[in-house]
Design a protein around this ligand. Structure first.
Ligand code: HEC
Length: 153
């Protein structure tokens, strides 16, 4: 029992250590940390959103549980990167427009998050047609933001 509690406490400490900084007022020590954080979030979002593509394209059968597992991760990630685009965190592959057009960037991130909520609802309902539509909308919203706010390679 004692041992179990010790492990729980350790797990709790680890989780706090990971979560607490992102909740604080000044979550990043330097711009470089913010750039890495949002880049990592984007990479993971790309991976888990990408895993839905074969189903959306009907290359494999729709598997609600498998889709939901990835949608859950995308949904969580979709909430994360925005504080890392706060003023002072310019750089990385983000265009300066992120900071000169705050309203446009905020709208792009909200359109995206709304599309992800739609994707989540469709997946939870097991509605494949709605899933396909929401997948397309979400992908469009990634692209729309990248077109305006991500540096071209
Ligand atoms: C509101 C704007 C916005 C939305 C929405 C958005 N991105 Fe991004 N994304 C960016 C910006 C800006 C960058 C450039 C990296 C940086 O910020 O320094 C980026 C970079 C990336 C990268 C490259 C990351 C790296 O460092 O190699 C990937 C992959 C990516 N995005 C995937 C996605 C996917 C997939 C979605 C949708 C599911 C998405 N993004 C939605 C703004 C956005």
């Amino acid at each position: 029992m004692k041992k179990k509690f010790g492990l729980l406490a350790l797990a709790g400490t680890l989780v706090m250590g990971l979560v607490a900084p992102s909740q604080a007022q000044a979550p990043f020590r330097e711009p470089h940390d913010a750039v890495k954080y949002r880049g990592a979030t984007m990479v993971l979002m790309g991976a888990h959103f990408g895993r839905l593509a074969p189903m959306a394209k009907r290359e494999v059968p729709f598997d609600q549980a498998a889709a939901q597992a990835n949608v859950d991760i995308v949904k969580m990630l979709a909430a994360l990167p925005w504080p890392a685009y706060a003023p002072g965190y310019e750089g990385g592959e983000a265009r300066s427009e992120v900071w000169t057009n705050r309203e446009g960037f905020r709208k792009a991130s909200e359109t995206f998050q709304a599309a992800v909520r739609e994707l989540d609802a469709a997946t939870q309902a097991g509605d494949f047609d709605a899933f396909r539509v929401a997948f397309g909308k979400t992908g469009q919203s990634c692209k729309a933001c990248h077109d305006d706010f991500r540096k071209k390679k």
